[in-house]
Design a protein around this ligand. Sequence first.
Ligand code: FES
Length: 167
Amino acid sequence: MNKDLEEKAIDLSVISKIISDHQPFSQEEVISSLQEIQDSYGYLPKEAIDELAELTGTPVAKIYGVVTFYSGFFLTPHGKHSIKMCRGTACHVKKAPKILSAISGYLGIKDGETTDDMLFSLESIACLGTCFLSPIMLIGNQYYGKLTPKSAIKILEGIAKEEQDKK
Ligand code: FES
């Protein structure tokens, strides 16, 4: 695991701060607390979930139930930019597998993996519900439709360049 993430994962003071912002703590606060915990660590470390459970008296199983229900939560370190490539039928027939393979080759990771620099995570997922834009990928909250392998790589190059310029 990336050392920065590991160090962050053990700084559990973040959790009590988040919980104190959600008082009185009710079951409805679990989702928003988990979102804030993930924003803070980049994913949901097991220690953070245990701490959340202990400090709020919420059963751990209940928290994992929420985490596994929502696709936006990650239990392992995740890249800053989460790429979700649609593998639904409409996208599949418009050559989504070729695009996934091009992205995979460009980033040097397979479906389900994260780049070593923690910049990108890649996963193929079922229909994104925007078939009229197929083939399509979602990066963060941004949809990119009518893709070709070339245009997909260009988008990733643009994001990588933006990140480079921030340094
Ligand atoms: S099949 Fe890809 S958005 Fe529906």
